[in-house]
Design a protein. Structure first.
Length: 222
């Protein structure tokens, strides 16, 4: 098997040239987000956003759950993959950042498919278990991209909400390469290491970890 290709700037530019399908709504929200605090690091890349939309379409998902909204770029991509009548439930600590994305959701014609919940993510996830129209095994796809220190807790709280055969996507599971650096021991890095190690041996899911972007882990609930 060939080794992983080193992605140079030139190669990344080529990949974008031959595969990225962008438009003014997507690029507009990326540009506005880039000028905000955390805006250069928190949103997913254009390529990853396209991948998320692809996964929603591929799985035929109608109910999607997102943990961590920020300005709603990934939310927009997830919603664009839904059929009419689908829904993305997304949660964030504050309404300030999702409101940045709302005009772009409206321009894309998906605002009515997006249900924003404000509050602690674990509280939102717990509430969904008892909610009419949600409940256990009600979501087809879950995307986790929030504060890293709580990743193991978010995964455990999200798993009961996903149907059998459903998909969980966890972002930043390589965390800028820190997970492989033994000199790094901050709480966020340690939490991602713990999650990664636990997922390897978790017989409740099938596992594929992609060494692309900042690490993307795909989990299929058995």
């Amino acid at each position: 098997m060939a080794n992983q290709v080193t992605v140079s700037d030139a190669l990344l530019a080529y990949v974008r040239k031959v595969s990225l399908r962008d438009d003014g709504v997507l690029s507009g929200l990326r540009a506005e987000s880039a000028g905000l605090p955390g805006g250069s690091a928190l949103p997913v890349s254009a390529e990853e956003g396209q991948f998320l939309e692809f996964l929603v379409r591929l799985t035929g998902a109608r109910q999607v759950l997102e943990v961590g909204t920020y300005t709603g770029y990934s939310t927009l991509c997830l919603a664009r993959g839904l059929p009419p009548g689908g829904r993305v439930v997304t949660c964030d600590l504050t309404a300030k950042w999702p409101e940045v994305g709302r005009p772009y959701w409206e321009r894309a014609g998906v605002a009515e498919l997006i249900d924003v919940r404000i509050g602690e993510a674990l509280d939102v996830l717990a509430g969904l278990l008892d909610e009419t129209g949600a409940g256990p095994e009600s979501f087809d796809v879950v995307f986790i991209d929030a504060d890293k220190a709580n990743y193991p807790a978010y995964y455990e709280a999200a798993l009961p909400l996903v149907r059998g055969g459903g998909l969980i996507v966890v972002d930043n599971t390589l965390f800028f390469g820190r997970v492989a650096d033994d000199t790094v021991a901050d709480p966020e890095t340690e939490a991602i290491r713990a999650l990664n190690a636990g997922l390897r041996d978790d017989d409740r899911v099938d596992l594929a970890m992609l060494a692309s972007a900042d690490g993307i882990t795909l989990l299929r609930k058995r």
